[in-house]
Write a protein that binds this ligand. Structure first.
Ligand SMILES: Nc1ncnc2c1ncn2[C@@H]1O[C@H](COP(=O)(O)OP(=O)(O)OP(=O)(O)O)[C@@H](O)[C@H]1O
Ligand SMILES: [Mg+2]
Length: 439
């Protein structure tokens, strides 16, 4: 075999950046200088919050999207268009309803000019491999969700991909089905029953990433940069309950809940105090109540409390971030702990809760305090929301500015620091006239 300068790297990304055009000709920088290598024999998991650019990165790797700048090498060769020898598994598959399982799997080879009889042979083998033996002539509507996802896997595996990309491949399945499919996949990989030499999987599920991968890469948001990498030196099959496994899960949780500035010494451009996660007040109260109650009594393991509340990572993180900003809780070492004021909030009645919340908003939420300050200064104590939107757009994309302002308004209204008129978008002191700006 030809010796490549990239050694046995399947994939080399160097300084890959990508922006999308926003409405007013503005650019939204989604990926910012991402460098990543995948070696032969590796399973790498890519974790990151919604919108961090994970799917965009997979599309760039597979040649479906061009990066704005940077270099993408697949097996040492620059990627300039859709890549052969690479296959992708998605969250849900567009199976053709009028085709059988066999025909749907054969489609994976359609673009490759494989002769009909070889197509059939390979499709049958892939169906067998993924545990769909006996369902070759079934139609998608006759299959369960888990089996349909298996058809998707078969369609990807029939290509015999050197690199397999998976974008949330298990997230649409129920817990048991997902676990069975994960186990089957990892067995195929470990027993080398598939010629695939590397897997890059995108997930929101930290446990899934720790279960399957050799290395986890965490992608940040706004813009998407690699924030951390964690190696997982645990032999397969992995036991989710083993202390070493739990420790890595906690470590990853911790890295993902850290405020962006503290990770890898990267400096934040956006004033951190203006950045607000989407969190509703009743959700915050619910989480604090659960934390204060048995069996946690004020301190909980993040994965455990997420599980208990029936939350995915996606829903828990913004809440944790909000509690941290409001100084009602701290996250540390994969645990979350109520602060004394968080505890007082839980113990208080509805009216007292409002007072405590109001104090914390004005003290800790710089954007809410800023809005109040501007309204106080303006003649007539009124300000249009657009005034703040324009200000926020210096730091955030248009959508993000709108989202952040909405959160600040919701919190500030509830705290009665200001009022908001839905139709006109006017912020004023109409209702909360009794407020005094004393700290
Ligand atoms: N074709 C496009 N045009 C404009 N903006 C886009 C396009 N594709 C993605 N984006 C934007 O890029 C950002 C990243 O999107 P992407 O789908 O890659 O994120 P993700 O990490 O996969 O999110 P999720 O976890 O929700 O799947 C988002 O803000 C999205 O709106
Ligand atoms: Mg995605």
């Amino acid at each position: 075999m030809e010796k490549l300068s990239t050694g046995n790297n399947l994939l080399n990304l160097t300084n890959v950046s990508k922006s999308f055009k926003k409405s007013a000709g503005e650019e939204h920088l989604v990926l910012d200088g991402v460098s990543l290598t995948i070696k032969e024999g590796e399973i790498v998991a890519l974790l990151g919050r919604s919108g961090s650019g994970k799917s965009t990165l997979l599309r760039i790797i597979s040649g479906l999207t061009r990066p704005g700048s940077g270099e993408v090498l697949y097996c040492g060769k620059p990627v300039t268009g859709p890549v052969k020898g690479l296959a992708m598994v998605f969250q849900t598959f567009a199976l053709f309803p009028w085709f059988t399982v066999l025909e749907n799997v054969e489609l994976g080879l359609d673009a490759m000019g494989v002769p009909q009889d070889e197509r059939r042979r390979r499709a049958l083998a892939a169906i067998d491999l993924i545990g769909l033996d006996g369902f070759e002539s079934a139609y998608p509507k006759e299959l369960s969700g888990g089996m349909r996802q298996r058809v998707g896997f078969a369609r990807a595996l029939v290509v015999e991909p050197t690199l397999l990309l998976m974008d949330e491949a298990f997230s649409a399945l129920d817990v048991l089905t997902a676990e069975t499919l994960r186990t089957d996949l990892i067995e195929l990989w470990l027993e080398r029953r598939i010629p695939t030499k590397g897997i890059l999987l995108v997930s929101h599920n930290i446990e899934e990433a720790v279960l399957l991968s050799d290395r986890i890469v965490i992608l940040g948001t706004n813009p998407g940069r690699i924030l951390a990498e964690i190696k997982i030196p645990i032999q397969h099959p992995r036991d989710r309950e083993a202390p070493a496994f739990r420790q890595i899960v906690d470590e990853v949780y911790e890295l993902m809940t850290k405020r962006p500035r503290s990770i890898a010494g990267k400096v934040e451009v956006v004033p951190l105090s203006y950045r607000l996660p989407s969190a509703q007040i009743n959700q915050l109260a619910g989480l604090m109540e659960a934390l204060a109650a048995e069996p946690y009594n004020g301190r909980a393991d993040l994965p455990e409390i997420a599980d208990q509340m029936g939350f995915g990572v996606e829903q828990l993180f913004p809440l944790l971030e909000a509690l941290e900003i409001l100084s009602f809780a701290r996250t540390e070492g994969g645990d979350v702990e109520l602060t004394p004021s968080g505890q007082s909030y839980v113990n208080a009645d509805i009216l007292q809760r409002k007072v405590i919340f109001a104090e914390h908003v004005i003290r800790h939420v710089a954007l809410a305090a800023h809005i109040r300050h501007i309204i106080d200064e303006r003649p007539g104590n009124r300000a249009p929301e657009d005034r703040f939107l324009r200000e926020l757009e210096d730091f955030f994309s248009e959508d993000e500015a709108e989202r952040v302002l909405q959160v600040a308004i919701e919190w500030g209204r509830y705290a009665e620091h200001f009022a908001y008129e839905e139709g006109s978008g006017i912020l004023s002191l109409e209702n909360p006239a009794s407020y005094t700006a004393e700290p």
